[in-house]
Every structure is written in C-alpha cells, then in structure tokens.
Design a protein around this ligand. Structure first.
Ligand code: AMP
Length: 600
C-alpha cells in the first residue's frame, strides 16, 4: 500500500481519470489507497474505516473502473442505512462515473415505486438504496440482479443497529453466487462479523483505524448546564462558539422540531430533519442545507445518518447521546475528509455518566467549558448592544442633530433622555409600555430577565452580521397582525377578555407581578426570547400585583412550562403554571397593561 500514493498510480481509465480531475480530488485518501487494488481485483473486503474518510469513492472508483462492464444491466448494488446516504452515494457514483456511461438509480422507500421501475428499465448499471425498498423490488421481480457483479454494504454497522439484519440476509441470499461482497463499517460488532462469515468468500480485512474510530481533526467541547440541552443554553453556546453551519443533534423527533423553531425564532436559518417528515420535505431540507441556504440542521441520529455536507464546521449534541458509538458517528459528520471541525456537547446532570463512558471507550476528552452566568451574559449583551449602536451611528448625521446632541449631553437629565431614545428607537419600546406606574420604582430593565431569558440571539449574530433572515416556513407565510399596546385601568364594571379565553390560546400564570416590577412588554419579549414562541403565539398579558397572566398558544404551553421552570424575573422565580382562569387570584385587582395581538 505504501507505494500507491497518487491517482495516476491506480492506472485509472481515461473516463474515470477525467471525472476524478473534474471532482477535484487531489490525492487518494488512506482508505482509497488501502482498498483500490484489492477491490479492483474482484476480492471480497471488510473495511473498517472511520466515517468521513472518503470511503464512498474507495468502493466507487475501483467498481466503476474495473468491475462494471459495458453491458446494460444491473451490476452493482449498494445498500445504505438511510435515504440521505443512498442519495449521496448515488451522487458520488454519478460524479465519478460521469464519463463511464453508468446509469445510477437510487432506490428508497417513500419515493414512487413506478418511477424507480422506469429508471431501472432505462438501463441502470448501479442501484443504490435502502434495504427495505430494495428487497421489495427483488421480491416483485422489478429488479433483475442475475448479472450482479458486486454488492456493497455501506455503513454496515449502522444498518444492523437500525434493525435491517433480516432484510440484509434476505437480499444477500437472492444475489448470484459469484458476486463480490464489500462491507464498509466504522465499527465491527459481532453481528457484522457473523454476516460477513455467512456471505463473503475469504474476505480481505482492511482496518484503518481499529484502535480509534473517532475522526481525527475534530475538537471536542462540553458545556455543563443544569438543564442539559435547552434552547436558551443552545443559543448561548452559539453566541460563544459562533459556528458558521452546524448539524444539531437531538435525542427525540419532538425535540428536533422544538429546537429548530427556537433557533428560527432567534433569527437563525434553521430546519429540522426527522423520520416523520415526508420524503419531499426531507429532500427539500437537504437541498437547502447543501445550497447553504440553511445554516443549522436539527436532526435525530437516524435521520442524519450518513449525511455528508462538507461545509459543516460544527456538530452540536444538543441532547447528549446515550452510547459512545452514537457520539462518534454524530461527530463524524464534521471534520470530513481531513477537514477540521468542532463537536460541542451540552451536558446536563444526567449525561455525566455517558460522558465518562465516552472517555473510557474512545479516549475522547472534551474540553470542559461553562456557560456564562446570567450576569456575564447580560454584560456581554450590553456590550454588543453598545457596539451595534455605535456601528449603526457611524452613518451621516445632520449638523442640527449634532448641535442638539451636544446640548443634551450637558443637561442634568442627559442619561435619562438617552435612555428614552434607546427605548423608543433601539429597543422598540412604546410609550405606554415603558412608562412605569411610579417612576422611582422602575426596575433596571435588563435585570428583569435572568439566565435563559436574556436572548443573545436578538443581538447581532456572533459573526458581526445582522440577524439572519429566518428560513421561510410555510406556516409563517401569512403576515403577522399589527401589534397594539393598550393600557387598561381595571374597571370592575367593564368585563374584559381574560388571558386564555382567545381561541387556540391558554392562560399561563407567572408568580411575579407589579411588585416585582413586571412590565407587559418585557413579558412578551421574555416569552419570545426563550426561543419558543412567534409573535402571534403570545396574546393578552395582564400584569397584576403578585401574578401575571399571559395568553399563549395552547400548543406551546407544555413546552413553556418546562423552559420557564428555572427562569427568574428580578431574581424571583417565575414559577410558571397553568392558570385556573375562573379562580385566578386578584381578579378585581387593577390591570396595569395588556398587550394584544389583535387588530382592533
Ligand atoms: P465519505 O467518507 O465517502 O463520506 O467521504 C467524505 C468526503 O470526502 C466527501 O465529501 C467526499 O467528496 C470527499 N472525498 C472523497 N475522496 C476524496 C479525496 N481523494 N480527496 C478529497 N476529498 C475526498
């Protein structure tokens, strides 16, 4: 292997050489060097190679160059754990086989059967797909494998861990005897070895990283937080780490949607990918990611398996994985093909054991970091606000304004006047909202929101760019209704809508009110900033003496109860709960402000 260093030394045919040059691979990666000749000679192989090492080209190149013949029939079958990986592998075959008249057909569930049958009839030489659908075609005899020359199990361990053993055995049993069998697998569990023993002939084992399957070139960071992978913590991490693009992993499908929405609400271009998405939605999301129109893809392990998006600089374990193998596989989505990357974990109290196991199993010791405290976060946000204000003010100003500013700055109330301007023109606070009942009792505004509530993502993004436009989502297509602030002085004779009575809304009760300096506008911002709610999902807000009642989207109330559990307002826990509207306390107490999302 040591003398094989360049693609020239592979002795590639002209069409393949041309395609490799066009794709731009400068030299073969170690796995390509180690496997080319053996596969080209038609031998069975078991390749234990770490993820992202260039393994697809390692089997595609020799198969296209030496194994596939001009006859127009199916000669190579590649089985992959997921549709996404199947599409990627098919793409690699198409690129490397561009001048070799290949015909590549992806075969996976969720796409039209007839369409695949037509594509097969058109003369595909390579079929790439997931085991379930491939078996379907074999059983229906819509896929003729009588001339098959090679079968590849790509990410074999993943297919087994996803429960495809039965399908794999059935498929392998239906293929012609003389075919070559190539197994590529990052880890080699016993079940994989048994399958190899059953379906391969004298395989050559090539282990490139038997001691350590973890991709090199990846830095590992761990942030410890009481809540583990909550959206507010994730937003803080993004502000600190400033990833350009990242794959964010969650442990459940529901979390992927929640986290993606939290990122969108904070202004990030994020989408989610999980097994519940319809096939065309999955393809749309992957397309957006590849075209770099989405920067954060939030996914479950299963949905993200095999995803190869070269520009991903970070993998974020928003929910820490249960097994060290899953950590390795997830983290391998960055640092592809010799690039560097960063894997970041949000570690909650329950994850410590799994973190320890990761160290024991793979020797991975993430650099430990702590999330900034509420006070540090606030200081950072204030500094960012000042910077962005000064930057925004670098444009042209009139002489009149400069003269006025000079006079203003010498005035005794200069500070207050500037604060008023900031409220109106920087923070977007309206007159009624900002006006406290008794000016001397006014709380210091930022102190109102502790820990999670300060939303770093409302500031200019970490990279200095203004907040990115949200990725368009269908449900947001309609313009949001005009917001209007009302000041109500409670009139016991005039009944008014209680929070939670609006259609599709429920009432949330927070254990803080006027005494704690609560202001309706700040509550609205807080709810949106914890990353869960769009503007239209926060309704009327009634601030009372000791409690605040807020009308919120009924769909979100459970998530809110969870996220707000640790949040404090001016150091007082907000202790959220579902309001019992009928017996809500202080129903006759004065309402100082209500904010509605109605257009009345
Ligand atoms: P894989 O391990 O097949 O998922 O490949 C990981 C990444 O490496 C893909 O983006 C490939 O396009 C890229 N790649 C494959 N072979 C080479 C090579 N010889 N030089 C540079 N990049 C490569």
């Amino acid at each position: 292997m040591s003398e094989v260093q360049t693609f020239e030394s592979f002795g590639l045919s002209e069409p393949v050489r041309r395609a490799v040059a066009e794709v731009g691979y400068p030299t073969p990666t170690p796995v390509q060097q180690a496997t080319f000749q053996t596969i080209a000679e038609g031998k069975d192989v078991i390749v234990q190679s770490r993820t992202g090492s260039g393994k697809t080209a390692a089997f595609a190149l020799p198969l296209i160059d030496r194994v596939i013949k001009p006859a127009r029939n199916v000669q190579v079958m590649v089985l992959c754990p997921t549709r996404e990986l199947a599409l990627q592998v098919a793409g690699e075959f198409e690129r490397l086989g561009k001048y070799s008249e290949l015909g590549v057909t992806p075969i996976y569930g969720g796409a039209g059967m007839q369409q695949q049958i037509d594509a097969l009839k058109a003369g595909a030489k390579v079929v790439v797909g997931t085991p379930g659908r491939m078996l379907d075609h074999l059983r229906r005899k819509t896929l003729d494998v009588s001339n098959l020359r090679a079968i590849v199990l790509d990410e074999g361990d993943e297919m087994l861990s996803m429960g495809f053993a039965e399908e794999l055995n059935a498929i392998l049993g239906m293929l012609p005897k003389g075919r070559q069998a190539l197994i590529f697998s990052a880890t080699m569990p016993d079940a994989m070895s048994r399958m190899a023993a059953r379906h391969q002939r004298e395989p050559v084992t090539i282990a490139l990283s038997s001691d350590n399957v973890a991709p090199s070139g990846i830095e590992h960071h761990a942030y410890f937080s009481a809540s583990g992978g909550s959206v507010p913590d994730l937003l803080k991490v993004l502000e600190i780490e400033k990833p350009k693009a990242a794959l964010v992993f969650c442990n459940t499908k529901a979390e992927t949607e929640l986290v993606a929405r939290g990122l969108q609400n904070a202004g990030y271009r994020a989408e989610y990918l999980n097994g519940d998405l319809a096939q065309n939605d999955r393809e749309r999301v992957m397309g957006l990611l590849r075209e770099e129109r989405v920067d954060f893809l939030v996914a479950t392990d299963v949905a993200a398996r095999g995803i190869d998006v070269p520009h991903l600089s970070h993998v974020i374990h928003c929910g820490f994985p249960e097994s060290p193998e899953a950590y390795v596989h997830r983290s391998g989505r960055t640092g592809r093909a010799g690039r560097t990357g960063t894997a970041i974990s949000l570690i909650g109290p329950h994850d410590i054991g799994n973190l320890y196991l990761l160290r024991l199993t793979y020797g991975i010791r993430p650099i430990e970091r702590t999330l900034p405290s509420a006070a540090e976060n606030r200081t950072r946000i204030e500094a960012a606000r000042v910077e962005s204000l000064v930057a925004a003010a670098s444009g042209k100003v009139s002489d009149d304004a400069l003269v006025l500013a000079k006079r203003l700055l010498t005035h005794d109330d200069a500070e207050r006047a500037v604060a008023w301007l900031v409220d109106r023109f920087v923070m977007g606070v309206r007159e009624e909202e900002a006006m406290p009942p008794v000016p001397s009792e006014r709380p210091s505004a930022p102190a109102a929101v502790a820990a999670a509530a300060e939303a770093p993502a409302r500031e200019p993004r970490a990279n200095g760019r203004p907040p990115r436009e949200r990725a368009p989502r269908r449900e947001r297509a309609e313009p949001e209704p005009e917001r209007k602030i009302e000041v109500h002085h409670a009139d016991p004779k005039a009944p008014e809508a209680t929070p939670g009575e609006e259609v599709g809304m429920e009432s949330l009760e927070l254990a803080v009110g006027r005494r704690e300096g609560v202001r309706a506008g700040e509550v609205a911002r807080l709810l949106r900033d914890v990353g869960l709610l769009a503007k239209s999902e926060v309704g009327r807000i009634h601030v009372r003496d000791r409690v605040t009642l807020v009308s919120v989207s009924a769909e979100k109330i459970d998530e809110l109860l969870e996220v707000l559990a640790d949040v404090k307002y001016n150091d007082v826990p907000v202790a959220p709960k579902r309001a019992d509207v009928a017996s809500a306390p202080e129903t006759a107490a004065p309402v100082i402000a209500a904010e509605t999302a109605t257009a009345d």
